[in-house]
Design a binder for this molecule. Structure first.
Ligand code: G6P
Length: 364
């Protein structure tokens, strides 16, 4: 097993470091769905419903931003366990996207069966070739992330994002909601992501910094994660990673909603992770950071280089490369994966096999 970890202490760390290659593989996977014969499925629907569980659900939330802003089709995102019992409105013009790393999650599979019974088409975004969900879906987009062993999902997540982004661009192209220039620009920016991620992962400074931040906070009881816009789901995912492997209670929240509740929790002991790249809500999130600091919370900011406003306010600043604003989740999630990893490791927990959790949940 040590050899399989390729010199890394845990599978989770190995899989975090595999992300640049995994994402590149998703992109070059020549998604079969985009072959000419499948063009009909990209035009023949007027709404999309995404269903998934756990980390895959968070990818779905980001997929909604991709699809709605690039292809201008309304998207709803449901936990599969909720979808199946809420009598969703499904018809022939509904496309279901089922996202599942394993392709075996019982709730997601049940949602797929329900939708197909109501004559909707189903596209699966899956990692495991030949898994049950891929066999029951009408079409499958494989993420080609390679086997993911760690229970806490990392590379499966970022490759799901890549598949969703490619899907959004392809639908937009077929439906002509973007011109060729925009299409090329978006695809180029996506293809730059693996390189940017690799630069970040290889940076000794960032590595040391994230370990030091973990060392500072591993005894915390709680943590709050804040993000806005396309990084709001990353706040949810960062909090989930911490809960799953370090057993520290953590909550993800849209930063603008902080004043309606979570702000009451903030004191000098509370670590607040703020995801704040230079995007359309940057100024807004800087004021959210000011609000946290006014209550003496400890701020760990994930932002770009040359953001002096944040550097001045935050206790710790993790700097990620610059990209097109929709693509920031690929870059902002990685420091949060590493932060959770190091905390769990400092606490001496079984990082790859956290208590009470399973890699794939095949019962309801
Ligand atoms: C379990 C795993 C999670 C995963 C979720 C959904 O809870 O521990 O890491 O995100 O199932 O799994 P799926 O294979 O459907 O993506």
């Amino acid at each position: 097993a040590q050899a399989e970890k390729g010199g890394y202490k845990h599978f989770m760390l190995k899989e975090i470091y595999e992300q640049p290659k995994a994402i590149a593989d998703t992109i070059s996977g020549k998604l079969s769905i985009f072959e000419k014969k499948n063009e009909k499925i990209l035009t023949n629907f007027d709404k999309i419903q995404i269903v998934a569980c756990g980390t895959s659900f968070h990818a779905g939330l980001i997929g909604k931003f991709f699809i709605e802003s690039i292809s201008r089709i309304p998207v709803s995102v449901d936990y599969a366990s909720e979808y199946r019992y809420r009598n969703p409105i499904i018809d022939k013009k509904t496309l279901i996207i089922a996202i599942s790393q394993s392709g075996e999650t019982a709730d997601t599979l049940a949602a797929v069966r329900l939708a197909r019974k109501k004559s909707a088409k189903v596209v699966a975004i899956c990692n495991v070739i030949g898994s049950t969900i891929t066999r029951e879906a009408d079409y499958t987009i494989y993420t080609h992330a390679g086997p993911e062993i760690s229970v806490a999902s990392t590379k499966a997540f970022t490759t799901q994002l890549a598949a969703l982004f490619l899907f959004a661009v392809e639908v937009a192209k077929v439906r002509k909601t973007i011109d060729e220039e925009t299409e090329n620009k978006l695809l180029n920016e996506l293809s730059e992501i693996p390189k940017k991620l690799k630069t970040f992962l290889d940076s000794e400074n960032e590595k040391k910094l994230i370990r030091n931040i973990a060392l500072e906070f591993y005894n915390s009881q709680d943590a709050l994660y804040l993000g806005r816009f396309v990084n709001y789901p990353i706040a949810l995912e960062g909090a989930l990673k911490l809960k799953e492997i370090s057993y520290i209670h953590a909550e993800g929240y849209p930063a603008g909603e902080m004043k309606h509740g979570p702000i009451a929790l903030i004191d000098e002991k509370m670590p607040v992770v703020v995801i704040a790249p230079k995007d359309r809500v940057y100024e807004k999130i800087v004021s959210n950071i000011e609000e946290v600091k006014a209550r003496k919370g400890k701020v760990i900011a994930v932002t770009n280089a040359n953001c002096p406003e944040i550097k001045k306010l935050a206790d710790f600043t993790i700097e990620i490369p610059t990209t097109e604003e929709l693509l920031y989740p690929f870059l902002t999630v990685v420091p949060l994966q590493l932060f959770a990893y190091h905390i769990a490791d400092f606490l001496g927990y079984d990082v790859d096999q956290p208590r009470n959790l399973a890699k794939s949940v095949t019962v309801e």
